[in-house]
Design a binder for this molecule. Structure first.
Ligand code: F0G
Length: 451
């Protein structure tokens, strides 16, 4: 391993502590379920003794690392390790060179939504096709450092795919609990291929989570859901990388899909920390969009300003966010309030349309990610986002994660909607045509397309 460079030595790394988000209790050990031993609420990592005047040095250091041949420097997570908890040895990092995801402009989607400047940070371009990899490299590395042999998660599909890959890369065994029949085949096949022990439980995601919380109390397995604060630390780097891509000029708005609410919390935490360290001079507003059929946070904000949450029976075709009892809701409420963001909900038709529109911009994403564009349209209509604002959507999963949804949409078999919606859906649809294998048949189709 390389010796620290002059720039590395200059930054005083903060000492990472586990702290309860509700009572502030400091805890040396996370326990099996990553909950406060006093009040039972979630833990977060906070840093003591960060040097506050190193922004310029950090920016240069992170830039320099892009030229390095070291795996940890090529990782878009570990490249930012000054803002992460320290591993005993960097050689313990389990990395697939995650992060390093593109920031795309979305010109057609911008016109549709009614904004001038719209970009998408595509976290679906990670090694296993979702944003989960950025958190998993961190948490799986700490699992191995703590000498665990087994890791486990409950999942709507992406966490399990990611966990299975990182566990195998790190020589760990993995146990996956999935809601039977409620995750896409693409994600299920990843868990199998990467070597996880995969259990499909006859319940929903929330039911899987309940079972897993008991399993980790009774067996020596390390919990890798996003209640694990090391996951959140890794996922922060998406926002750090985004600011670097924007030359440290924050956008006015970042729009994130909301499921278990770990990702919005992570992106928000990164923004608050970057502001504290002087890496950015103002905060973007972070807004969270949920599917209308899985909207506990939207209800909580509407009904009681985020004081309490009532679980819902979740139902949406965007299966990644089919979650009725989100674990990290308090962290997400804190981010909404700290950044001045808002929440909204979108229908199944709105999700399907937005997904096809992102596809037609040559980018594509899975259904859960498309709630961001669908939500943006609503935020523009509400006047919360103005046409001249700079907006970044966080696309969380790759188009190929859920090909069944895409095929059913374009074949016209996904959903119907009312008359107006049916017309809008028909305009976005591009069903494949079956033809005789003749030149004439193909030319006829081509001529029918116009220019
Ligand atoms: N988008 C995608 C593609 C997801 O897979 C998830 C969550 C979310 C958005 C929501 O993120 O939970 O941090 O608010 N998927 C989890 C899983 C629950 O098991 O793969 P969140």
């Amino acid at each position: 391993m390389t010796h620290p460079t002059a720039l590395e030595s200059k930054f005083r790394r903060g000492e990472a502590h586990l702290r309860c988000i509700a009572c502030g209790n400091l805890q040396a050990d996370a326990g099996a379920n990553f909950r406060c031993s006093t009040c039972g609420d979630l833990l977060e990592i906070f840093y003591q003794g960060w040097s506050g005047d190193a922004a310029g040095d950090l920016k240069s250091l992170w830039q320099q690392r892009k030229l390095s041949r070291e795996a940890v420097d090529q990782s878009g997570v570990w490249r930012f390790r000054e803002l992460l908890p320290s591993l005993l040895s960097l050689e313990d990092a389990i990395t697939l060179r995650e992060g390093n995801t593109p920031l795309y402009s979305l010109p057609r989607c911008a016109r549709i939504a009614g904004v001038e400047h719209l970009q998408a940070k595509h976290q679906g371009m990670n090694p296993t096709g979702s944003f989960k990899d950025t958190g998993m490299t961190a948490a799986a590395s700490f699992a191995r450092q703590h000498a665990f042999q087994w890791v486990a998660c409950a999942s709507t599909g992406n966490t399990s795919a990611s966990m299975a890959a990182y566990a195998s890369r790190g020589g760990l065994r993995s146990l996956v609990l999935l809601p039977e029949g409620k995750i896409s085949w693409g994600k299920l096949s990843q868990a199998l291929d990467y070597g996880a022990v995969t259990c499909q439980l006859k319940t929903d995601f929330d039911g899987c989570m309940q079972v897993l919380n008991q399993v980790v109390q009774r067996a020596p397995v390390y919990l890798l859901n996003s209640v694990n604060p090391y996951r959140i630390e890794g996922q922060k780097t998406a926002a750090i990388e985004l600011m670097e891509q924007l030359n440290w000029q924050p956008p006015d708005h970042i729009i994130v899909p909301g499921g278990n609410l770990g990702n919005s919390s992570a992106i928000g935490k990164a923004c608050l920390e970057m502001k504290e360290l002087g890496l950015i001079s103002r905060l973007p507003k972070i807004s969270i969009i949920q599917a209308a059929g899985a909207n506990p946070l939207v209800r909580a904000m509407r009904d009681n300003g985020g004081q309490s949450i009532t679980p819902v029976q979740a139902e949406t075709m965007a299966t990644a966010i089919r979650i009725g009892n989100p674990a990290s809701w308090k962290k997400a409420v804190r981010i909404l309030k700290a950044t001045g963001g808002t929440v909204d909900e979108v229908s199944e038709v709105e999700i399907a349309l937005a997904k096809a529109e992102i596809g037609a911009d040559g980018v594509g994403c899975e259904p859960a990610s498309a709630v961001t564009l669908a939500g943006l349209k609503k935020l523009v209509k509400r006047g919360f986002v103005t046409p001249s604002d700079n907006v970044v959507l966080i696309l969380t999963g790759h188009l190929l994660k859920d090909p069944e949804f895409t095929l059913n949409f374009h074949r016209g078999e996904l959903l119907v909607g009312n008359q107006q919606e049916a017309n809008m859906l028909a305009r976005q649809r591009r069903a494949p045509v079956v033809l005789d294998a003749t030149v004439d048949a193909v030319l006829k189709v081509l001529n029918g397309q116009g220019n």
